[in-house]
Ligand binder design. Structure first.
Ligand SMILES: Nc1ncnc2c1ncn2[C@@H]1O[C@H](COP(=O)(O)OP(=O)(O)OP(=O)(O)O)[C@@H](O)[C@H]1O
Length: 303
């Protein structure tokens, strides 16, 4: 369990994280989303004691990270996979970490197998690809069999097979009752991986809810209607809160009315319907709607 209360971080005049309060619960995968510079990495660094909060506090499993006597058993974190620039082999890197906590060689072998690093375990980490570095970072995070796992952009640099592996791994870790907190800028990835998401914009929380609720709240639901009587139906649907868009001949995209209401209306007027489909917005669309006001670096439309 991770609990942040009134957490803030300022770097000089710059406020990176502004008075955020949230809880990351065990047994589910919680995603941490936000545009570049929103403050995700800063928040994660404060959770594991690498940055000191300017105000507020954050605890892991009930205590500030620094107060845990054997932190690797409490929290496993992958914060910057590129940080391991070493002439050591992957195995020796993990053995050195294990030694600080009295973790045995057999656990090192286990995490090497779990992360698919067997074939490169005796190779120098310096020559690793980004993807192998990510796997090694995840192996290190899991070394102490921690109750809480924090992964900053874990799928960065992984190939599709690796992405699928991370997704299955984090879901498995959550199913074991662990607290799993991962950041990503890939909304589509979050939609498939997370149960719950916390969205950060300019250092503030702008959403903290189950994925399904975020999708629901971030968009107005659209219904696609196909009918040989599309024009007649469009006239019947006209109302101040209803938008009817003629997508193509015989096809309407209707916003502001439930599909069931459209179906009933068509039946009352004996108008045949050939399609009546509620369109579900993607998490990407919902996220863009949520964060459109808070992106720090806006991209100019290409001309
Ligand atoms: N050491 C620092 N000194 C000054 N400003 C910093 C420092 N670290 C982060 N910042 C600023 O704080 C803000 C939040 O940065 P942070 O890296 O936490 O965002 P992020 O959401 O992780 O973004 P990204 O996805 O780009 O990594 C940014 O505006 C960043 O420039």
């Amino acid at each position: 369990m991770i609990t942040a209360t009134g957490l803030s971080k300022r770097y000089g005049a710059k406020t990176a994280v502004n008075d955020i309060t949230f809880t990351v619960r065990p047994g589910v995968v919680t995603g941490f989303l936000g545009p570049n510079g929103a403050g995700k990495s800063t928040t994660m660094r404060m959770i594991v004691g690498l940055d000191r909060p300017s105000a507020g506090a954050v605890t892991v499993n009930g205590k500030p990270y620094a107060e845990h006597r054997a932190p690797l058993h409490e929290v496993g974190a992958l914060l910057d996979a590129k940080a391991v620039h070493t002439g050591r082999t992957a195995e020796n890197h993990l053995l050195a970490m294990a030694a600080t906590h009295g973790i045995g060689r057999s656990r090192v072998r286990e995490v090497i197998e779990l992360t698919g690093l067997e074939s490169v375990a005796r190779k120098r980490v310096g020559g690793f690809s980004l993807g192998m570095g990510q796997r090694l970072g995840i192996a290190a995070a899991l070394l102490g069999d921690p109750a809480t796992v924090i992964l900053d952009e874990p799928v960065n640099g992984l190939d599709p097979e690796g992405v699928l592996w991370v997704r299955q791994l984090v879901r498995h870790l959550a199913s074991e009752g662990r607290t799993v907190f991962l950041s990503s800028h890939l909304m589509s990835e979050m939609a498939q991986t997370a149960d719950h998401i916390v969205v950060l914009g300019r250092g503030e929380i702008i959403a903290d809810a189950p994925v399904a609720d975020i999708i629901e709240a971030g968009t107005r639901r659209r219904v696609r209607v196909r009918s040989p009587h599309a024009s007649q139906l469009a006239d019947l649907l006209a109302a101040p809160d209803v938008a009817v868009l003629r997508a193509e001949a015989g096809v309407l995209d209707v916003t502001g009315v439930e599909a069931s209401v459209i179906g009933d209306l068509a039946a009352q007027h004996a108008l045949a319907l050939h399609e009546l489909t509620p369109q579900h917005a993607s998490l990407e669309e919902a996220y863009l709607a949520l964060t459109s006001d808070v992106v720090e670096y806006r991209t100019e439309a290409l001309r």
